[in-house]
Ligand binder design. Structure first.
Ligand code: SF4
Length: 312
């Protein structure tokens, strides 16, 4: 089984006219699943060459406070949304840079203040330095210590200026690992997508991870456009496909694990599951076994009837 299309909200009993522009459910085959919550309609500004969102080089068109608040109210009432630590994973702001500007960070703060008390696992990925106010908001409003994972994306070290021209420099981003440690927020070095330039920088990545000590490392696949027949389809951008974990990617991950002694994963979902000692949502161990690193006993836990009921 592979990633499935986004849920039909009409099928879920909600009028499409009420559907917020910034909320998308993923993995329709089973709950609790995952949901993307965005703060923009398009644009980013980091301009990464491998990006597939609308307008990677354009300024962010940010949503208003009223629109964000009403979208979160809608999400909480939605029949596909399961509240709580084993519930739906919230991927916050996957379609733009959450900390591009003070106003984008402000929107992240609005969302965190509202959703952290629900207890759901939350993922945030950035190529900037995380603002102190955001870490303070997490500390103040979280329902559990390891509820949030802050992913700091670094795909290249030597070629960042050409591949990610308007993102923070990799050494500035790496400061997030220490900032997270001080705030007791789980951090992950997010090496995704894995590029030829990534493999070229192995020594620099090992040195960075050895010094900065992220809690986890995730080495993830590269999605490319329209290669019909590739085994993985992007969960949201259906035109993007991936051959999965190629030998060079697997070898890089194995070596990094051995050299740094930091846990290495292949999906952000599994980092969140590991951090919070919960089952992966979606069921990586079952539906995407090639991405499972066996970090915990997801298969054994799933055998309990309660879990099966929850993952319906
Ligand atoms: S056991 Fe496998 S599926 Fe479960 S969290 Fe670990 S890597 Fe993911």
């Amino acid at each position: 089984m592979r990633y499935l299309p986004t849920l039909s909200l009409e099928a879920a009993g909600l009028q499409s006219s009420h559907t917020p522009r910034n909320v998308r459910f993923l993995e329709t085959a089973q709950m609790p699943g995952r949901v993307f919550v965005n703060i923009t309609t398009h644009g980013c500004g980091s301009g990464c060459s491998y990006c597939y969102i609308d307008g990677p080089t354009q300024s962010q068109n940010q949503l208003s406070h009223a629109e964000i608040v009403s979208s979160l109210d809608w999400l909480r009432r939605h029949p596909r949304f399961q509240q709580g630590p084993s519930g739906t994973v919230i991927s916050l702001c996957p379609d733009t840079e959450p900390f591009k500007t003070t106003t984008s960070a402000q929107r992240i703060g609005w969302i965190l203040q509202r959703v952290l008390p629900w207890g759901n696992r939350i993922q945030i990925a950035t190529k900037e330095q995380v603002p102190a106010e955001i870490l303070m908001a997490i500390e103040r409003h979280r329902a559990a210590l390891r509820q949030v994972v802050l992913f700091t994306t670094i795909t290249t070290i030597s070629r960042a200026k050409s591949i990610e021209p308007h993102a923070a420099a990799p050494d500035a981003r790496a400061k997030n690992f220490e900032s997270c440690r001080l705030a007791s927020v789980v951090s992950c070095l997010y090496i995704k997508p894995f590029l030829p330039a990534t493999a070229h920088d192995y020594t620099a990545f090992a040195e960075l991870a050895g010094k900065a000590r992220p809690d986890a490392i995730c080495v993830g696949v590269l999605y490319k456009s329209t290669d019909v027949g590739q085994p993985l389809t992007h969960p949201v951008h259906g035109r993007m496909q991936s051959p999965g974990l190629e030998p060079s990617c697997l070898a890089f991950a194995e070596r990094l694990k051995r050299d740094t002694q930091v846990p290495v994963f292949h999906t952000a979902v599994c980092v969140s599951a590991w951090a919070s000692a919960s089952l992966a949502a979606p069921r990586i161990w079952l539906d995407y076994p090639e991405l499972c690193v066996g970090c915990r006993d997801c298969a054994g836990e799933f055998k309990s009837e309660n879990r099966k009921e929850q993952y319906r």
